[in-house]
Design a protein around this ligand. Structure first.
Ligand code: DGT
Ligand code: CA
Ligand code: CA
Ligand code: ZN
Length: 576
């Protein structure tokens, strides 16, 4: 029976391909299917067991969507979706990830220049053919070329943003765990290390026999093509061209296999050297004596690290950037953990144009999650379609006063998410700003300025007395929009000097500040962070865990994350 997770994936693919068909991401049908996918994602009961009438009662699910869901549940596919996949193959759809190339443009590129993938596009750029198309010029060619470069879209060895990979990996491991004889199924590789983009999914399964596992795997609905099938290793592709490697290992070898296939390669190489120094070998089967072959440790990762004289290294840190030495010398940082989070300092509601849950619902959900404090931070007035006027701000303040009475256990800060202008200026005026309890300042525009200009505008916002934190520093959307270029060391220096925190935004397509930037400050004690969800819907509070994973990848310690602090300490720091 189709799981909700599977249905969400299928309906999302449909919405994505409809964008091309309809020529716009904002088309009514596209938005309808996206909304339906949201509704399915929130559902607790299995959608596959629901009747047509029940489905249509779901928010966002209309007649056509209900029909598609039923078709999928009954037949395992949707004829229209299959037709769209044939018409718009994955390498072609990938073109829409490039900023400035909307659905209409990529279809035009295909019609006029026979551009079917990133490779073709690069060739067309080199031949200066793009500038001849309506609405394009030499400047657009330059922009596109730069975006391809910065997004790392190279055609052949293409990488997929983590937001697309994680649901697929979860679908696979959950299905494999249900196969008879399977004791464990986990994903390893770059996904377990929580990389921003993923080359392929590596899944490890513990089972006595491989064949039944591989039979079940290759029969999964998410598998579109089997590349190679064996009893211990099988490789398959999804309809989007994402590769999944499944390996079956014996229970006694699971730790060694998990360690090896989690990587990274650089981390593995350092561990292997430590093993060699002790007269041992380390591979995907065991840590063993080089002469006798006697197994030293193999069952758990922990046992292997311990035998090598090291502390356990969190998967997010295994990048060969000093973690092996630190674990050997017992000086690994105490990483932030999701259980440490006690507040959320970037929260929207329908007061913002793009909010999707009401203020009352957002506050109720925060209280229900047991958060000690939140900051309601609607968009500010300079964001034309979304922002709050001064009048709105005053009205919302009155609502918050009412909600504070209703939820005495929750501290509700009246905040704002300000827009950092091209010159670093902010919304409203300084007197008005000082009345907020909490201000996030974020870049939402002018992504193309030079590094010097970007750094300048961010530094100006950091120095503003009303600003407590900089939101999603680079503004990147992983694999879709390159972030602004900033002098990150200058940003850290200024943040430390003014006591302004840096937000680690938890949205899976943002994860911003990026981990490699965070790592540059790992030895500093003077830079503070928030890990916030930037929620626009009650379901998004749960995204905090993604922000935490990203922070851990950046070696961020709990003590430096202000919203891990208990309320009293946090409020004291805030000066109230
Ligand atoms: P990806 O898939 O490109 O996002 O990155 P990974 O890290 O998942 O790499 P992948 O799928 O090629 O291999 C999974 C893990 O297997 C990798 O992290 C470490 C291990 N591995 C692969 N090839 C080698 C190798 O040549 N030497 C060593 N020591 N480990 C390897
Ligand atoms: Ca991989
Ligand atoms: Ca792999
Ligand atoms: Zn926001």
């Amino acid at each position: 029976m189709a799981t909700n997770r599977e249905l969400v994936r299928v309906i999302r693919s449909y919405a994505e391909l409809l964008k091309l068909e309809e020529g716009s991401p904002q088309a009514f049908r596209v938005r309808a299917y996206d909304k339906a996918a949201d509704a399915l994602g929130e559902l607790v009961e299995p959608a596959a067991e629901m009747t047509r009438a029940q489905l249509q009662k779901l928010d966002g699910v209309g007649k056509a969507t209900a029909q598609k869901i039923l078709e999928y549940v009954e037949t395992g596919s949707i004829a229209k979706l299959d037709a769209l996949r044939t018409k718009y193959p994955a390498p072609f759809v990938e073109l829409t990830r490039i900023p400035g190339l909307g659905p209409k443009t990529v279809v035009m590129l295909r019609d006029r220049l026979n551009v079917n993938n990133v490779e073709d596009l690069k060739a067309a750029l080199e031949a200066e053919q793009i500038r001849e198309l309506p609405g394009m010029g030499a400047k657009s060619e330059e922009k596109i070329a730069k975006a391809i470069e910065r997004l790392g879209l190279h055609g052949k060895d293409r990488r997929t943003p983590i937001i697309k990979v994680l649901p697929v990996a979860n679908e696979v491991v959950e299905a494999l765990r249900a196969v008879p004889g399977v004791k464990r199924a986990e994903y390893a590789g770059s996904l377990r290390r929580f990389s921003d983009t993923i080359g392929d999914i590596d899944v490890l399964v513990v089972a006595a026999e491989g064949e039944p596992v591989m039979e079940a795997f290759t029969a999964l609905p998410v598998v579109a093509e089997v590349v190679a099938q064996g009893a211990t290793k099988t490789t398959a592709l999804t309809a989007d061209g994402l590769q999944i490697d499944v390996r079956v290992v014996a229970p006694g070898e699971f730790g060694a296999a998990l360690l090896y296939f989690t990587g990274s390669k650089a981390h593995n190489i350092e561990l292997r050297q430590l093993a060699i120094n002790r007269g041992w070998t380390l591979n995907e089967y065991a840590l063993a004596d080089a002469e006798t072959g006697d197994v030293v440790a193999a069952r758990t990762e922990n046992a292997i690290y311990k035998a090598l004289g090291m502390a356990f290294v969190a998967p997010e840190m295994r990048e060969g950037t000093g973690e092996v030495a630190a674990a050997g010398e017992r000086r690994l940082p105490k990483l932030v953990d999701v259980a440490d989070i006690s507040g959320d300092l970037h929260v929207h509601s329908t007061w913002s144009g793009d909010g999707r849950s009401s203020l009352d619902d957002m506050v109720a959900a925060a209280a229900e999650r047991g958060l000690e404090y939140i900051a309601i931070t609607e968009h500010a007035e300079d964001l034309a379609i979304n922002g709050l006027s001064r009048d709105d701000v005053r009205q919302e303040a009155a609502e918050l006063a009412r909600l504070r009475d209703e939820y005495p256990q929750l501290t509700i800060l009246h905040g704002s998410e300000l827009n950092i202008g091209a010159d670093g200026s902010l919304d409203y005026d300084d007197d008005f700003l000082m009345e907020f309890d909490w201000c996030v300042a974020s870049v939402h525009s002018h992504f193309d300025l030079s590094e010097a200009e970007q750094t300048e505008r961010v530094l100006r916002a950091i120095a503003h007395p009303a600003v407590h934190v900089i939101g999603h520093l680079t503004g990147r959307r992983i694999g879709m929009r390159p972030g602004i270029e900033v002098d990150i060391d200058a940003v850290f220096d200024a943040a430390a000097e003014y006591g302004t925190a840096l937000e680690i935004n938890s949205h899976l397509d943002r994860l911003d500040v990026p981990a490699d930037m965070l790592r540059r400050a790992r030895d500093r004690d003077d830079v503070l962070y928030t890990i916030s969800t930037d929620s626009h819907h009650v379901n998004e509070y749960a995204n905090a865990r993604w922000g935490v994973h990203n922070a851990r990848r950046g070696w961020v310690q709990s003590k430096h994350v202000v919203n891990t602090w208990p309320r009293a300490r946090f409020l004291k720091w805030l000066g109230r």
